[in-house]
Design a protein around this ligand. Structure first.
Ligand SMILES: O=C(O)[C@H]1NCC[C@@H]1O
Length: 345
Protein backbone atom coordinates (compact mmCIF):
# COMPACT_ATOMS: atom_id res chain seq x y z
CA UNK A 1 0.00 0.00 0.00
CA UNK A 2 1.21 3.49 -0.83
CA UNK A 3 1.43 5.47 2.39
CA UNK A 4 0.88 8.26 3.18
CA UNK A 5 -1.85 8.60 0.57
CA UNK A 6 -4.48 11.30 0.97
CA UNK A 7 -8.02 9.94 1.32
CA UNK A 8 -10.94 11.22 -0.81
CA UNK A 9 -11.49 14.80 0.32
CA UNK A 10 -12.94 18.19 -0.53
CA UNK A 11 -11.26 21.53 -0.01
CA UNK A 12 -7.87 22.28 1.48
CA UNK A 13 -5.40 19.86 3.02
CA UNK A 14 -4.14 21.18 6.36
CA UNK A 15 -0.69 19.85 7.23
CA UNK A 16 0.70 20.03 10.73
CA UNK A 17 3.66 19.04 12.86
CA UNK A 18 2.57 17.93 16.34
CA UNK A 19 4.77 18.59 19.35
CA UNK A 20 4.35 18.83 23.09
CA UNK A 21 6.06 20.88 25.76
CA UNK A 22 5.83 19.44 29.24
CA UNK A 23 2.82 17.45 28.06
CA UNK A 24 0.96 20.43 26.59
CA UNK A 25 0.18 19.85 22.89
CA UNK A 26 1.26 22.17 20.13
CA UNK A 27 -0.08 21.63 16.64
CA UNK A 28 2.13 23.71 14.32
CA UNK A 29 0.23 24.44 11.11
CA UNK A 30 2.67 24.26 8.21
CA UNK A 31 0.41 24.49 5.14
CA UNK A 32 -3.16 24.72 3.95
CA UNK A 33 -4.16 28.03 5.54
CA UNK A 34 -5.25 30.92 3.29
CA UNK A 35 -3.23 34.16 3.41
CA UNK A 36 -3.72 35.97 6.69
CA UNK A 37 -4.25 39.71 6.07
CA UNK A 38 -3.21 42.48 8.45
CA UNK A 39 -0.35 44.94 8.79
CA UNK A 40 0.67 43.77 12.25
CA UNK A 41 0.65 40.47 14.08
CA UNK A 42 -2.08 41.85 16.36
CA UNK A 43 -4.12 42.81 13.27
CA UNK A 44 -3.58 39.32 11.83
CA UNK A 45 -4.88 37.89 15.12
CA UNK A 46 -8.06 39.94 14.64
CA UNK A 47 -8.27 38.80 11.00
CA UNK A 48 -8.17 35.06 11.76
CA UNK A 49 -10.72 35.57 14.53
CA UNK A 50 -13.09 37.41 12.19
CA UNK A 51 -12.51 35.52 8.89
CA UNK A 52 -10.85 32.13 9.41
CA UNK A 53 -12.23 30.86 12.68
CA UNK A 54 -13.78 27.79 11.01
CA UNK A 55 -10.24 26.49 10.37
CA UNK A 56 -9.32 26.82 14.05
CA UNK A 57 -12.30 24.61 14.86
CA UNK A 58 -11.37 22.08 12.16
CA UNK A 59 -7.88 21.69 13.62
CA UNK A 60 -8.47 22.15 17.37
CA UNK A 61 -11.82 20.39 17.87
CA UNK A 62 -12.72 16.70 17.54
CA UNK A 63 -12.39 14.55 15.52
CA UNK A 64 -8.95 15.98 14.59
CA UNK A 65 -8.15 17.55 17.96
CA UNK A 66 -9.77 17.56 21.39
CA UNK A 67 -11.08 19.92 24.07
CA UNK A 68 -7.59 20.85 25.28
CA UNK A 69 -5.77 21.07 21.92
CA UNK A 70 -3.50 24.03 21.24
CA UNK A 71 -2.21 25.35 17.90
CA UNK A 72 0.26 27.74 16.32
CA UNK A 73 -0.08 29.39 12.93
CA UNK A 74 3.09 30.93 11.52
CA UNK A 75 2.61 34.37 9.96
CA UNK A 76 4.81 37.16 8.67
CA UNK A 77 5.92 39.73 11.22
CA UNK A 78 6.17 43.48 10.65
CA UNK A 79 9.18 43.68 12.98
CA UNK A 80 12.47 43.47 11.02
CA UNK A 81 14.37 41.62 13.79
CA UNK A 82 11.71 38.89 14.05
CA UNK A 83 12.59 35.49 12.54
CA UNK A 84 8.93 34.53 12.50
CA UNK A 85 5.52 35.69 13.62
CA UNK A 86 2.97 33.43 15.24
CA UNK A 87 -0.69 33.31 16.17
CA UNK A 88 -1.79 31.01 18.98
CA UNK A 89 -5.13 29.18 19.02
CA UNK A 90 -7.07 27.15 21.57
CA UNK A 91 -10.61 25.96 22.31
CA UNK A 92 -12.08 29.46 22.55
CA UNK A 93 -10.07 31.67 20.24
CA UNK A 94 -6.62 33.21 20.00
CA UNK A 95 -4.15 33.82 22.80
CA UNK A 96 -1.69 36.70 22.99
CA UNK A 97 1.19 34.70 24.48
CA UNK A 98 2.11 31.09 24.87
CA UNK A 99 5.36 30.05 26.52
CA UNK A 100 5.00 26.33 25.88
CA UNK A 101 4.53 27.12 22.18
CA UNK A 102 7.58 29.40 22.11
CA UNK A 103 9.68 26.57 23.58
CA UNK A 104 8.43 24.17 20.90
CA UNK A 105 8.71 26.72 18.08
CA UNK A 106 12.32 27.46 18.99
CA UNK A 107 13.22 23.88 18.10
CA UNK A 108 10.84 23.83 15.15
CA UNK A 109 12.35 26.98 13.59
CA UNK A 110 15.77 25.35 13.44
CA UNK A 111 14.70 21.80 12.60
CA UNK A 112 12.44 22.96 9.76
CA UNK A 113 14.96 25.42 8.31
CA UNK A 114 13.20 28.70 9.15
CA UNK A 115 16.57 29.82 10.45
CA UNK A 116 19.24 29.04 7.89
CA UNK A 117 22.47 29.13 9.88
CA UNK A 118 21.97 27.96 13.45
CA UNK A 119 24.93 28.41 15.75
CA UNK A 120 26.24 26.25 18.61
CA UNK A 121 25.89 25.92 21.51
CA UNK A 122 22.76 28.08 21.31
CA UNK A 123 20.80 29.81 18.57
CA UNK A 124 18.64 32.87 19.16
CA UNK A 125 15.25 32.88 17.46
CA UNK A 126 13.15 36.03 17.66
CA UNK A 127 9.49 35.08 17.71
CA UNK A 128 6.91 37.81 17.24
CA UNK A 129 3.92 36.82 19.35
CA UNK A 130 0.75 38.94 19.51
CA UNK A 131 1.98 40.36 22.86
CA UNK A 132 5.33 41.43 21.32
CA UNK A 133 8.79 40.15 20.47
CA UNK A 134 9.90 37.12 22.48
CA UNK A 135 13.53 35.96 22.27
CA UNK A 136 14.05 32.21 22.32
CA UNK A 137 17.48 30.63 22.85
CA UNK A 138 17.67 27.08 21.55
CA UNK A 139 20.38 24.60 22.52
CA UNK A 140 21.98 23.39 19.31
CA UNK A 141 24.83 20.91 19.30
CA UNK A 142 26.05 18.54 16.59
CA UNK A 143 23.03 19.37 14.43
CA UNK A 144 20.54 18.55 17.19
CA UNK A 145 18.16 20.96 18.92
CA UNK A 146 17.54 20.65 22.66
CA UNK A 147 16.32 22.68 25.62
CA UNK A 148 14.87 26.14 25.00
CA UNK A 149 14.81 29.22 27.19
CA UNK A 150 13.05 32.45 26.30
CA UNK A 151 12.90 36.06 27.40
CA UNK A 152 9.33 37.26 27.34
CA UNK A 153 7.81 40.70 27.01
CA UNK A 154 7.85 42.92 30.14
CA UNK A 155 5.86 41.18 32.86
CA UNK A 156 4.19 42.98 35.76
CA UNK A 157 1.90 42.60 38.75
CA UNK A 158 -1.30 44.26 37.57
CA UNK A 159 -3.04 44.26 40.98
CA UNK A 160 -2.57 42.41 44.25
CA UNK A 161 -5.05 41.50 46.99
CA UNK A 162 -8.07 42.07 44.77
CA UNK A 163 -11.34 41.03 46.39
CA UNK A 164 -13.90 39.27 44.20
CA UNK A 165 -17.08 37.44 45.04
CA UNK A 166 -17.18 33.93 43.66
CA UNK A 167 -20.61 32.28 43.65
CA UNK A 168 -20.54 29.24 45.91
CA UNK A 169 -17.31 30.35 47.63
CA UNK A 170 -18.02 33.93 48.78
CA UNK A 171 -15.45 36.71 48.82
CA UNK A 172 -11.90 35.65 47.97
CA UNK A 173 -8.64 37.51 47.40
CA UNK A 174 -6.68 37.09 44.16
CA UNK A 175 -3.60 38.60 42.55
CA UNK A 176 -3.64 39.54 38.87
CA UNK A 177 -0.41 39.47 36.90
CA UNK A 178 0.70 39.81 33.28
CA UNK A 179 3.17 37.53 31.48
CA UNK A 180 2.13 38.24 27.88
CA UNK A 181 -1.43 37.46 28.99
CA UNK A 182 -3.27 38.36 32.20
CA UNK A 183 -3.93 35.69 34.82
CA UNK A 184 -5.60 35.59 38.21
CA UNK A 185 -3.58 33.72 40.84
CA UNK A 186 -5.03 32.05 43.89
CA UNK A 187 -3.95 29.37 46.36
CA UNK A 188 -6.00 26.23 45.66
CA UNK A 189 -6.21 25.56 49.42
CA UNK A 190 -8.91 28.20 49.84
CA UNK A 191 -11.18 25.86 47.86
CA UNK A 192 -10.02 22.85 49.88
CA UNK A 193 -8.08 21.65 46.81
CA UNK A 194 -4.54 20.44 46.21
CA UNK A 195 -3.06 21.24 42.79
CA UNK A 196 -1.05 18.00 42.87
CA UNK A 197 -3.75 15.61 44.04
CA UNK A 198 -7.25 16.94 43.47
CA UNK A 199 -9.36 15.78 40.52
CA UNK A 200 -8.70 17.93 37.46
CA UNK A 201 -12.45 18.51 37.11
CA UNK A 202 -12.63 20.05 40.60
CA UNK A 203 -9.64 22.29 39.89
CA UNK A 204 -11.24 23.38 36.61
CA UNK A 205 -14.54 24.22 38.30
CA UNK A 206 -12.87 26.36 40.98
CA UNK A 207 -10.53 28.12 38.55
CA UNK A 208 -13.36 28.79 36.09
CA UNK A 209 -15.49 30.31 38.85
CA UNK A 210 -12.60 32.65 39.71
CA UNK A 211 -12.07 33.59 36.06
CA UNK A 212 -15.74 34.43 35.62
CA UNK A 213 -15.77 36.48 38.81
CA UNK A 214 -12.66 38.49 37.86
CA UNK A 215 -13.93 39.05 34.34
CA UNK A 216 -17.21 40.47 35.60
CA UNK A 217 -15.88 42.41 38.61
CA UNK A 218 -12.43 43.78 37.70
CA UNK A 219 -11.65 46.31 34.98
CA UNK A 220 -8.46 45.25 33.25
CA UNK A 221 -6.12 47.43 31.26
CA UNK A 222 -2.84 47.08 29.37
CA UNK A 223 -0.54 50.04 28.56
CA UNK A 224 0.43 48.75 25.09
CA UNK A 225 -2.88 47.67 23.56
CA UNK A 226 -6.43 47.02 24.68
CA UNK A 227 -6.14 43.76 22.67
CA UNK A 228 -3.99 42.53 25.58
CA UNK A 229 -6.36 43.65 28.33
CA UNK A 230 -8.40 40.51 28.96
CA UNK A 231 -8.22 37.78 31.56
CA UNK A 232 -6.85 34.65 29.86
CA UNK A 233 -7.38 32.36 32.84
CA UNK A 234 -6.81 31.49 36.47
CA UNK A 235 -3.76 29.74 37.87
CA UNK A 236 -4.30 27.74 41.04
CA UNK A 237 -1.11 27.38 43.06
CA UNK A 238 0.21 25.44 46.05
CA UNK A 239 0.87 28.79 47.74
CA UNK A 240 4.61 28.18 47.97
CA UNK A 241 5.64 31.63 46.76
CA UNK A 242 8.43 32.20 49.31
CA UNK A 243 11.73 31.46 47.59
CA UNK A 244 12.89 27.86 47.85
CA UNK A 245 15.02 25.42 45.88
CA UNK A 246 12.00 23.11 45.89
CA UNK A 247 9.60 23.41 42.95
CA UNK A 248 6.28 25.13 43.44
CA UNK A 249 3.27 23.60 41.69
CA UNK A 250 0.43 25.21 39.78
CA UNK A 251 -2.41 24.35 37.42
CA UNK A 252 -3.46 26.80 34.72
CA UNK A 253 -7.05 26.83 33.50
CA UNK A 254 -7.37 29.15 30.51
CA UNK A 255 -9.61 30.02 27.55
CA UNK A 256 -12.86 28.01 27.88
CA UNK A 257 -11.95 25.85 30.90
CA UNK A 258 -8.98 24.43 29.00
CA UNK A 259 -6.33 22.77 31.15
CA UNK A 260 -2.61 23.28 30.56
CA UNK A 261 -0.58 20.08 30.95
CA UNK A 262 2.63 22.10 31.30
CA UNK A 263 3.59 24.53 34.09
CA UNK A 264 2.51 27.33 31.63
CA UNK A 265 5.26 29.53 30.23
CA UNK A 266 3.27 32.77 30.30
CA UNK A 267 1.93 31.81 33.73
CA UNK A 268 5.43 31.22 35.11
CA UNK A 269 6.40 34.61 33.64
CA UNK A 270 3.45 36.30 35.34
CA UNK A 271 4.00 34.40 38.61
CA UNK A 272 7.65 35.44 38.82
CA UNK A 273 6.66 39.06 38.12
CA UNK A 274 4.24 38.78 41.04
CA UNK A 275 6.82 37.17 43.33
CA UNK A 276 9.36 39.84 42.34
CA UNK A 277 6.83 42.60 43.01
CA UNK A 278 6.24 41.14 46.50
CA UNK A 279 9.98 40.91 47.23
CA UNK A 280 9.88 37.09 47.35
CA UNK A 281 12.51 36.49 44.66
CA UNK A 282 15.64 38.34 43.59
CA UNK A 283 16.93 39.00 40.09
CA UNK A 284 18.74 35.97 38.58
CA UNK A 285 17.45 33.54 41.22
CA UNK A 286 16.09 30.47 39.46
CA UNK A 287 12.86 28.89 40.67
CA UNK A 288 11.32 25.62 39.46
CA UNK A 289 7.64 25.38 38.60
CA UNK A 290 5.88 22.03 38.41
CA UNK A 291 2.69 21.28 36.56
CA UNK A 292 0.14 19.87 38.98
CA UNK A 293 -1.33 17.89 36.07
CA UNK A 294 1.69 16.03 34.65
CA UNK A 295 4.55 16.84 37.04
CA UNK A 296 6.63 18.42 34.28
CA UNK A 297 8.98 21.26 35.17
CA UNK A 298 9.80 24.70 33.77
CA UNK A 299 12.36 26.94 35.41
CA UNK A 300 12.04 30.70 35.59
CA UNK A 301 13.95 33.74 36.77
CA UNK A 302 13.66 37.50 36.53
CA UNK A 303 16.66 38.73 34.54
CA UNK A 304 16.12 42.48 34.23
CA UNK A 305 14.06 45.29 35.68
CA UNK A 306 12.09 47.34 33.17
CA UNK A 307 8.78 49.15 32.83
CA UNK A 308 5.58 48.67 30.89
CA UNK A 309 3.71 51.97 30.72
CA UNK A 310 2.96 52.96 34.31
CA UNK A 311 3.89 49.52 35.70
CA UNK A 312 7.28 48.48 37.14
CA UNK A 313 8.04 45.29 35.25
CA UNK A 314 10.64 42.56 34.82
CA UNK A 315 11.94 40.56 31.89
CA UNK A 316 11.50 36.92 32.84
CA UNK A 317 13.39 33.96 31.43
CA UNK A 318 11.55 30.65 31.25
CA UNK A 319 13.15 27.35 30.23
CA UNK A 320 11.81 23.92 29.31
CA UNK A 321 11.85 21.04 26.84
CA UNK A 322 9.63 20.31 23.85
CA UNK A 323 9.38 17.11 21.83
CA UNK A 324 7.97 16.07 18.46
CA UNK A 325 5.09 13.61 18.43
CA UNK A 326 4.27 13.30 14.72
CA UNK A 327 3.03 14.88 11.54
CA UNK A 328 -0.40 14.80 9.95
CA UNK A 329 -2.35 16.02 6.95
CA UNK A 330 -5.97 16.74 7.79
CA UNK A 331 -8.79 16.70 5.26
CA UNK A 332 -12.56 16.97 5.27
CA UNK A 333 -15.47 15.74 3.16
CA UNK A 334 -18.46 17.92 2.28
CA UNK A 335 -21.02 15.23 3.21
CA UNK A 336 -19.63 14.88 6.75
CA UNK A 337 -22.03 16.64 9.13
CA UNK A 338 -19.20 16.87 11.70
CA UNK A 339 -16.57 18.11 9.27
CA UNK A 340 -16.19 21.48 10.97
CA UNK A 341 -15.42 19.98 14.37
CA UNK A 342 -17.23 19.54 17.66
CA UNK A 343 -16.40 19.50 21.36
CA UNK A 344 -17.57 17.36 24.23
CA UNK A 345 -17.60 18.99 27.65
O1 LIG B 1 2.69 28.01 28.23
C1 LIG B 1 1.85 28.87 28.00
O2 LIG B 1 2.08 30.07 28.17
C2 LIG B 1 0.51 28.47 27.44
N1 LIG B 1 0.15 27.07 27.59
C3 LIG B 1 -1.29 26.99 27.38
C4 LIG B 1 -1.77 28.29 27.98
C5 LIG B 1 -0.68 29.30 27.73
O3 LIG B 1 -0.96 30.02 26.57
Amino acid sequence: MDFPKLPPHDGPVLSVVDMHTGGEPLRVIVSGYPTVSGDTVLAKRRYVRDHLDHLRKVLMFEPRGHYDMYGALLVESEIPEADLGVLFMHNEGYSTMCGHAVIALGRFAIDYGLVKTPSSPETQINIHCPCGLVKAFVEYNYGKTGAVRFHSVPAFAFATDVKVTVPGYGEITVDISYGGALYAFVNAEIFGLDVNKSRTRDLVDAATAVTNAVKSQVKLHHPVSEDLAFLYGTILTDGKDDFSDEPTANVCVFADAQVDRSPTGSGVTARIALQYHKGLIQLHKTRSFRSGTTGTIFTGKAVQETTCGEFSAVVVEVAGHAYYSGVASFTLENEDALKNGFLLR
